[in-house]
Ligand binder design. Structure first.
Ligand SMILES: NC(=O)c1ccc[n+]([C@@H]2O[C@H](COP(=O)([O-])OP(=O)(O)OC[C@H]3O[C@@H](n4cnc5c(N)ncnc54)[C@H](OP(=O)(O)O)[C@@H]3O)[C@@H](O)[C@H]2O)c1
Length: 125
């Protein structure tokens, strides 16, 4: 996750928000807050490429938009939760230059309250 995503947890006194996972926070300013959370200041793309070479389960990008924009070329799947609420202003899902990346819908689930979970995997771009 990016520092902007980690900060709300830190403010609430939660220093290890996903303790069941190996956790990395990308930041050039943050000092370590918990031995279970590694602060990474280097290039996120190179770091994730290296992670993908390692044994283990999938890599989950928690967010937020700035980090996701940087890592977009390395994202293989998107799981999008949609809620039936129109809000207006907000933080972009991907804060990056305009360059479309194509994904294909592979699963969808909808719920009685109007929420939907859509799963996409990377297609040709
Ligand atoms: N709805 C959801 O599912 C969801 C999921 C995640 C987050 N969010 C929300 O999104 C918001 C945060 O998103 P955001 O876009 O503002 O911030 P973000 O992407 O979480 O974090 C941005 C920070 O990450 C660090 N960073 C980014 N690129 C880096 C790089 N190349 N190398 C090293 N560090 C790098 C920088 O920290 P430094 O300034 O310390 O260097 C930067 O300020 C929060 O409000 C959070 O609640 C929502």
């Amino acid at each position: 996750m990016g520092r902007g995503t980690y900060e709300p947890a830190l403010s609430a006194g939660i220093t290890s928000p996903y303790a069941h996972l190996r956790q990395y926070v990308f930041s050039r300013t943050l000092a370590g807050a918990d031995p279970a959370v590694e602060i990474v200041s280097g290039d996120p793309v190179a770091f994730v490429r290296e992670l993908k070479q390692q044994d283990g389960m999938d890599v989950w990008l928690c967010g937020g938009g700035e980090l996701a924009g940087t890592l977009l070329p390395e994202i293989d799947a998107l799981i999008v939760k949609c809620y039936p609420v129109a809000i207006g202003a907000g933080i972009p899902v991907f804060s990056t230059a305009f360059r479309p990346h194509r994904f294909g819908l592979v699963d969808s689930r909808s719920f009685a309250g109007g929420a939907a979970v859509l799963t996409y995997t990377r297609g040709l771009d």
